[in-house]
Design a binder for this molecule. Structure first.
Ligand code: DGY
Length: 333
């Protein structure tokens, strides 16, 4: 275990992050860097947290009510992600523990990845590459390796938050029009109710957080109302999709394909029926995975942690219920 200086505020870092942000944290706090294995096992997390004031964790670290209940000194949980469905927010607020996330800095990277896997899916880039590597490219065939075009088609955006807006804004570059499910969010796009939305969209792309309301929102009935031959893209959270229902829709050919960066239970491997499916392009939750974005996320998480620990309202406070009156300590100012 690497213990940093100076003594004072004690912070646990569950995984190595960008070195600049980590050094800043080590200069300002008594930093404990979990040395592995990764992700930190639940028992070790609970034991380590017993004496910590702050936690910088990942979306794969489950911060349950049991963990929080066993952390008597914990004041801040800074999640290195925009999503925070790994944290029991109700328990954190009940205990007066501040929770923060890292919005904004990953918007562009996630929108780019959405388009990268969408384009690769509809043009069959991955199977075409594999065919080349397997020696299957024998000549230029007018009927070989055919994908689908996007021009004149409609992109259906579910969730017009920051990432949904960034994805929608790029649609015009590919000649696509945009429709949006429901009335929330900003943007000059037609808002449709579910039935009309699903009957219109050639590609449905998910950009909502995982909550009790959105869990399994893409179920059998949702999939049955999508256009025959439509595509599904998910760079948000795997729990939004009923994976059995999606598998069935792909097997019957009702859906032409799915590009999935996220899964209900991560990680998955080549044995996972969706990841291995010939109509699926699967990637390992890499929406924000650029050097620039991951560094910016680490800086943002450290900012939030230090702000909360020094009594300032953190920039990306998720549970306003825990600030300031109910937080575990009295903010300095
Ligand atoms: C997030 O931040 O929630 C993404 O899923 C990973 O960057």
């Amino acid at each position: 275990m690497t213990r940093g200086r100076p003594p004072g505020m004690r912070v646990l870092l569950t995984h190595p992050v960008d070195s600049r942000a980590r050094m800043r944290l080590a200069e300002r706090t008594n930093l404990t860097r979990w040395p592995g294995p990764y992700p930190i096992p639940a028992d070790d997390l609970a034991r380590e947290l017993f004496t910590q004031d702050g936690l910088l964790c990942l979306l794969g670290d489950p911060i349950s009510s049991a963990v929080l209940d066993q952390s008597p000194q914990l004041r801040v949980v800074a999640n290195l992600a925009v999503g925070y469905d790994n944290i029991d927010l109700v328990a954190a607020s009940r205990l007066g523990i501040v929770v923060t996330n890292t919005p904004d800095v990953l918007t562009e990277a996630t929108a780019e990845l959405t388009w990268a896997i969408l384009l690769a899916l509809v043009r069959g880039v991955v199977p075409a590459r594999q065919a080349l590597l397997d020696g299957q490219w024998r000549y230029w065939s007018p009927t070989g390796f055919l994908g689908r075009g996007l021009g004149g088609k409609t992109l259906g955006v579910v969730g017009l938050g920051r990432i949904g807006q960034a994805v929608a804004a790029r649609a015009a570059a590919f000649g696509m029009s945009v429709v949006v499910l429901g009335s929330r969010g900003q943007g000059p796009y037609p808002r449709l109710e579910r039935e009309a939305f699903l009957a219109t969209a050639d590609v449905v792309s998910l950009h909502v957080p995982l909550t009790t309301d959105t869990r399994r929102m893409v179920d059998e009935s949702f999939l049955a109302r999508m256009k025959p031959g439509a595509f599904l893209v998910n760079t948000a959270r795997g729990g939004l999709v009923d994976e059995d229902a999606l598998l069935a829709a792909l097997n019957t050919g009702r859906l032409a394909g799915a590009a999935l960066d996220v899964f209900d239970r991560e990680p998955v491997d080549g044995q996972h029926p969706l990841a291995a499916h010939p109509r699926v392009l699967a990637t390992p939750h890499i929406g924000s995975a650029t050097v620039e974005t991951r560094a910016a996320m680490a800086e943002r998480a450290v900012d939030n942690l230090l702000m909360a620990l020094t009594g300032q309202r953190p920039r990306d406070l998720v549970n306003a219920a825990a600030w300031p009156g109910r937080c575990r300590y009295t903010p300095v100012k």
